[in-house]
Design a protein around this ligand. Structure first.
Ligand code: C2E
Ligand code: CA
Ligand code: CA
Length: 453
């Protein structure tokens, strides 16, 4: 008996030991809160699965909860945890032969699997569905980023990063928060970082150059002015110690600067530089025409903006009608009250205002009754086909007619062909900016166009 008990005790001890080991193993491999794999084990198991199935195509889907912090704050952390468990339960219940699910941190979940696109869609749909039903007091939505694994040699952490690049893009789209990673996305992100790293030096070293794109009146092809467009000629030292110049397109850096609020510094630089050039040409007795400068949406939030412009033209002794301001239409639609206030002040101070990219946004027509602008700037890029019979042509015609009725000027930009010029003439739009007449020019090239009085 004694012995027996001893044997039993020994067995119990072994069982306990096994349980303990299992428990330790479990804790080391699984996420305590949600029961899916923890980060480290997910990396290992996903890699193992891919290596063992080299003939299969794998995907990595990363997801997180939109505004998860708000859920924690509004409904409490316990409720936030419950939501994560809820998602975890779903991920654990998925029955696919080649599939691993894990949680990286907080509300970031990842799954690695091999299946067709329909299954992926179905899975996202189900996840979205269960999330939306989680708490009726708060509409819970999920964002998704997918990386189609094209190189299984990459560390899984990098694969998760790539899916995250797509996820960050997805977040911005409320109605369809799903994106697939592509190399262009990564190129943009790396570029963004590089741009930010070199910005300060670039401003100091005067790497930003103001180009001028002429505007013409198609009645007699007369020069009527220009738009100032910034160019960044970035200088780098290569391995051999040679200085190389790289051209960075405003399409690449302007949005980055806008996002970071740095655009204001750059814009002020461009405005000042434009005034400096005009002063130089006035002094030389040239027949200087108005130049329009771009004013970003973020610039409009500075209460000192109007004074800045007033001081600027005073300082360079520029007649006020020579410095025109382009405000992009989307600024009006995004924060109308703020913008209306600033445009009023700029108008009261005597500035001419152009509404840039007119027709690209949503509520342009409605807005026109409230906003005090002088000129609508239409981008031909937005209205591709402009032959008389097309819808685009008709819209353009109606817009020009309406502008006339409101006593507004109209200028078309992005005009590339003779046909476009002729069509615009036929509907009464004679002011033209675009490659048809000229690309943006250096200040010296533009100066050549200004005749002496
Ligand atoms: P935007 O203000 O709409 O400027 C017009 C853009 O169209 C310019 O591109 C110009 O080079 C281009 N363009 C002109 N004619 C044609 C044409 O016939 N065909 C085509 N396809 N394109 C034409 P760019 O210089 O690359 O500038 C892009 C955008 O960057 C500008 O669009 C503007 O939003 C922004 N940007 C440029 N300079 C500045 C600046 O100094 N400050 C701010 N805030 N934004 C700027
Ligand atoms: Ca513009
Ligand atoms: Ca434009």
């Amino acid at each position: 008996m004694y012995k027996g008990v001893g044997v039993m005790a020994e067995n119990v001890e072994n069982i306990n030991k096994d349980e303990k080991n299992n428990d330790l193993l479990y804790r080391a491999s699984y996420d305590e809160l949600t029961g899916v794999l923890n980060k480290r084990t997910f990396y290992l198991k996903a890699k193992e699965m891919m290596i063992n199935n080299p003939d299969k195509q794998f995907q990595l889907l990363r997801m997180n909860v939109a505004r998860f912090k708000v859920i924690n704050e509004l409904l409490g952390e316990a409720e936030g945890d419950k939501l994560l468990q809820y998602i975890g339960n779903f991920l654990r219940s998925v029955d696919l032969p080649l599939y691993e699910a894990g949680r990286l941190y907080s509300d970031h979940f990842v799954i690695c699997f091999s299946s067709d696109d329909d299954t992926v869609k179905h899975m996202m749909y189900s996840l979205r569905y269960i999330a939306s039903g989680f708490n009726l007091r708060h509409r819970t939505t999920l964002n998704f980023g997918l990386y189609r694994i094209d190189d299984i040699e990459l560390p899984v952490s990098i694969m998760c990063d790539r899916a995250n690049i797509a996820l960050v893009q997805a977040k911005a789209d409320f109605y369809n928060p799903y994106r697939e990673y592509d190399d262009e996305m990564r190129r943009k992100m790396v570029l963004e970082q590089k741009i930010l790293n070199v910005l300060d030096r670039a401003l100091d070293e005067k790497e930003f150059i103001v180009y001028l794109q002429p505007k013409y009146d198609s009645n007699g092809d007369v020069l009527i002015g220009a738009e100032a467009l910034v160019r960044w000629i970035h200088k780098e030292i290569d391995i051999e110690g040679e200085v190389i110049s790289k051209f960075i397109s405003p399409g690449d850096f302007v949005p980055v600067f806008e996002k970071n609020g740095l655009i204001y510094d750059l814009d002020k630089y461009v405005w000042r530089e434009t005034c400096r050039l005009m002063r130089e040409w006035l002094r030389a007795g040239l027949d200087v025409k108005p130049i329009s400068v771009n004013v970003s949406r973020v610039d409009l939030y500075d209460p000192g903006l109007v004074d800045f412009f007033v001081d600027l033209i005073r300082c360079y002794e520029i007649p006020i009608e020579l410095l025109e301001l382009e405000l992009t239409e989307s600024a009006y639609t995004q924060d109308p009250i703020q913008i209306l206030e600033v445009t009023d002040k700029l108008k009261d101070a005597g500035f001419t205002i152009l509404m840039d990219d007119f027709g690209s946004g949503y509520s342009s027509l409605n807005m026109l009754k409230d906003v005090r602008v002088d000129t609508l700037k239409l981008d031909m890029g937005f209205l591709r086909s402009t032959d008389r019979s097309s819808r685009g042509g008709n819209i353009l015609k109606a817009v020009v007619g309406m502008a006339k009725g409101l006593n507004l000027h109209v200028i078309a930009e992005g005009v590339e062909t003779r046909e476009q010029v002729d069509f615009l003439s036929s509907i009464g739009c004679h002011r033209i900016q675009g490659y048809f007449y000229s690309k943006p020019l250096t200040a010296d090239e533009y100066r050549e166009l200004l005749k002496k009085k």
